[in-house]
Design a protein around this ligand. Sequence first.
Ligand SMILES: [Zn+2]
Length: 174
Amino acid sequence: MVNFFWKWGIWLLAYPIIQVLSTLRHEGAHALAAHLEGAKITGFRIIPGSLDGRRQWGWCSWTSVRPMTEWAFLAPFIILPAIILFSLVLAEIVWRSANFSHHIWMTIMLFGVISPAVDTAAVYWRFKRDSGDLKDALGINPLARVRRLAALIFVLCTPGVFWFLAYLLSGLRS
Ligand SMILES: [Zn+2]
């Protein structure tokens, strides 16, 4: 029972840390891209809160004298294919290592594969409800390649998500 807690239960307690790190990845990418486009960052937050009456995991706002391109809105997703691939390779190395570490593997998978999949699904969900990064980006430039980017992210995530779920199920059953 105690072992079970240290192996799995601890992840319920660690969840907020993964959430904040994932929000930092997302909002940090917005901030960096907006900054590179010459905008001034006016708000940055990586813990949940309310912005304009909406619950948010975090946010990044900016003002710009020049018109912005869609890239600042898409930045959190543009970096994902590289992060997912890198995380899968890293997870595979940890998996094959003689002294496999459950907690390191879980951290890599949650931050680098599961959270990107959830983030991308969430932006699609919000797009359907007429809000969010994807809507803002498409409002500037309705590119078909935005949808291709989302498709690429899901294709890259899928093997990792199944790997993670299989590990979770076998671990929780044993
Ligand atoms: Zn965003």
